[in-house]
Ligand binder design. Structure first.
Ligand SMILES: [Fe+2]
Ligand SMILES: [Fe+2]
Length: 474
C-alpha cells in the first residue's frame, strides 16, 4: 500500500533514507512552483473529481474524490519487487536484475531517465490553456486527470535521478523544471513535445498518438535490467492507459458528432459541414497525418547504434521482450528497414540489433492502425463513404531515413514544389486551425452539456452520470 501520511506519498519506504527524503523535500516546492506557473491555467482553486492511486496493484485505482490540483498527492510508486527477476536480454542475460546502477552504464541510464522524464512536464505545458475552452465538465476533468498524472510521471523519474544518480541526478532534476515546451532558448528535449497543442482536437490526437509513444517507450523500459526503472515504468503504464482512452474516445466522439450532422442534413462537402459547426472529416484526417508523423519521429533513427547499445547492455528491451521467442541477444537476426533510393522507397535487411528503433515504431504502428480502424467503424456505421487512413511511414518525417525527402501520404516521392502544392491538403493549414479554434472559444461548463462539435461519451467517470459536477469552480 501507499503511505499517504508522509509529506511525499510513497511505497519505497522513503522515511528510512533521510538524505534522499530531504533532497526530494527540497525539490518538492520547486515542483509546485513549476505547477503554479505551467500547470493548467487559472485552475488552482478548482475542485476536481480525480482518482488517486491507493495501491500499486492493477486494481488499486479505487480512490475518487474532489481534489484541488496543487494538493494532489503526487508521490513515488513502484511496482513491488520480484526477488527472482533477471536481466532478460543482451549480454548480461540471466544475471540477477540490477538493484543499483552498474557503473559502466551510469551516463547512458541517466540519459534514458532524463529523456523520458522531460516529456512528462512538457505535455502539461503544451496543454496549459485548454481548460479555458473545454467542451464539457467531463472532458475538463479528464484533461486535468491526465495533467496531474503526467506530473506524477515526472516525480517517478525524479525519484530515480535523486536516488541513483547522486549530484548529477539532482542537477538533472532541476533542469527538468527549467526547460519549457516550445521555448527557443531552453526547449524540451524531443521535437513533438515542443509543438503546440492549440485546441481539443489536437489534444485528443496527442493523447492518442503521442501518449501511445509514451506507452511503447515505457514498455521497452519496463523490460530494463535496471530493476528500479522497470518497476517504476510498470506502474506508470497503468496511468498511461487512461490517457490513451481519453484520446481515442475523444477523437471518436468528434467523428461521431460530425457523422450525425452529415447524415441528418444529407451533406458531405467540408464547407457545408463547417457551416453547421462541426469538424469536417477531411480536417480530422489532416490532424491525424500531423500527429502521426511527428510522433513517428520520436522513435529515433531507423538504424541506430545507440539503440543497439541500450539493448546489448540490458537497459532497454523490445516491446513485450519476455514474451518474444528468440535468443534475446539478436546476434544474427535481421530486420527490414526502408530507405529512399532515387525515386523509389526500398526495403533492405539490416542487423536487428541496430534497427530496434524501427522495430518499436512498427509495433506502435500496428496498435495505431487498430485504433484508426475503430474510428473508421464509426464512419461506416453512419453509412458515410469516407476512409480515414494512416499516411505512409515516410510522410512528413524529420528523423531517420526519410529525412529531407518529400513523400506523399500514399508513399510517392515528390519534388519540393509538388509537396508545397499539396502541403495543406495533407497537413492542417492555418485556416484549419483557426476554424477548429473558432469552435472552442469558451468553456462549456453547464452540468451534462456538451459542445456542439463533440458527442457525449458512452458513460461517465467512475459510474457517475454525465451531468455530474466533475469540476467545481469555486
Ligand atoms: Fe507520462
Ligand atoms: Fe501520458
Amino acid at each position: 500500500m501507499i503511505n499517504y501520511t508522509e509529506k511525499i506519498p510513497n511505497n519505497v519506504d522513503l522515511g528510512r533514507d533521510r538524505v534522499l527524503q530531504r533532497a526530494l523535500e527540497h525539490w518538492q516546492p520547486a515542483y509546485l512552483s513549476w505547477w503554479y506557473d505551467m500547470g493548467p491555467n487559472e485552475s488552482h482553486n478548482f475542485e476536481v473529481y480525480l482518482r488517486t492511486a491507493i495501491s500499486v496493484e492493477p486494481d488499486g485505482w479505487a480512490q475518487f474524490d474532489y481534489v484541488k490540483m496543487p494538493e494532489y498527492r503526487w508521490g513515488i510508486f513502484l511496482q513491488p519487487p520480484d526477488e527472482k527477476r533477471q536481466v532478460n536480454f543482451g549480454i548480461h542475460k540471466g544475471q540477477p536484475a540490477w538493484q543499483d546502477v552498474p557503473g559502466e552504464y551510469r551516463s547512458i541510464l541517466r540519459r534514458i531517465v532524463v529523456t523520458q522524464g522531460d516529456t512528462e512536464p512538457a505535455s502539461v505545458e503544451q496543454q496549459k490553456m485548454l481548460g479555458l475552452s473545454c467542451p464539457s465538465l467531463y472532458d475538463l476533468r479528464n484533461i486535468f486527470q491526465v495533467n496531474v498524472e503526467e506530473g506524477r510521471h515526472l516525480w517517478a523519474m525524479v525519484y530515480l535521478l535523486h536516488r541513483y544518480f547522486g549530484r548529477d541526478g539532482r542537477e538533472e532534476a532541476e533542469s527538468l523544471l527549467a526547460r519549457r515546451s516550445g521555448d527557443t532558448d531552453n526547449p524540451r528535449i524531443l521535437g513533438a513535445f515542443n509543438e503546440p497543442t492549440p485546441d481539443w482536437l489536437a489534444f485528443y490526437m496527442f493523447t492518442f498518438f503521442t501518449d501511445r509513444d509514451g506507452k511503447f517507450q515505457l514498455c521497452a523500459l519496463a523490460e530494463s535490467g535496471f530493476d528500479p526503472l522497470a518497476r517504476t515504468c510498470r506502474f506508470m503504464l497503468t496511468e498511461e492507459a487512461h490517457h490513451m482512452f481519453v484520446g481515442e474516445s475523444g477523437v471518436s466522439r468528434i467523428i461521431q458528432r460530425t457523422c450525425e450532422v452529415m447524415k441528418e442534413n444529407k451533406i458531405d462537402a467540408p464547407a457545408d459541414v463547417r457551416a453547421l459547426g462541426v469538424i469536417d472529416l477531411q480536417t480530422i484526417q489532416r490532424y491525424l497525418n500531423f500527429h502521426y508523423s511527428v510522433t513517428l519521429d520520436l522513435y529515433g533513427s531507423d538504424v541506430s547504434s545507440n539503440a543497439a547499445n541500450y539493448y546489448t547492455s540490458g537497459l532497454k528491451g523490445r516491446f513485450r521482450e519476455t514474451k518474444l521467442e528468440d535468443d534475446h541477444v539478436l546476434r544474427d537476426a535481421m530486420y527490414p528497414v526502408s530507405e529512399v533510393v532515387g525515386d523509389k522507397i526500398n526495403t533492405k535487411q539490416v542487423p536487428a540489433l541496430t534497427s530496434l528503433n524501427e522495430r518499436l515504431r512498427d509495433d506502435y504502428i500496428e496498435e495505431i492502425q487498430a485504433g484508426v480502424d475503430r474510428w473508421q467503424r464509426v464512419i461506416d456505421e453512419a453509412g458515410i463513404p469516407f476512409r480515414l487512413t494512416l499516411p505512409h511511414k515516410g510522410f512528413h518525417r524529420e528523423i531517420g531515413n526519410f529525412t529531407g525527402h518529400f513523400i506523399s501520404p500514399t508513399g510517392e516521392i515528390l519534388s519540393e514544389e509538388q509537396w508545397k502544392a499539396h502541403e495543406f491538403d495533407w497537413l492542417p493549414s492555418p485556416k484549419d486551425y483557426s476554424y477548429v479554434q473558432s469552435l472552442m472559444s469558451g468553456r462549456v461548463a453547464e452540468l451534462g452539456k456538451f459542445a456542439n462539435w463533440i458527442a457525449p461519451p458512452v458513460k461517465g467517470v467512475n459510474g457517475q452520470p454525465l451531468d455530474f459536477q466533475y469540476v467545481r469552480f469555486n
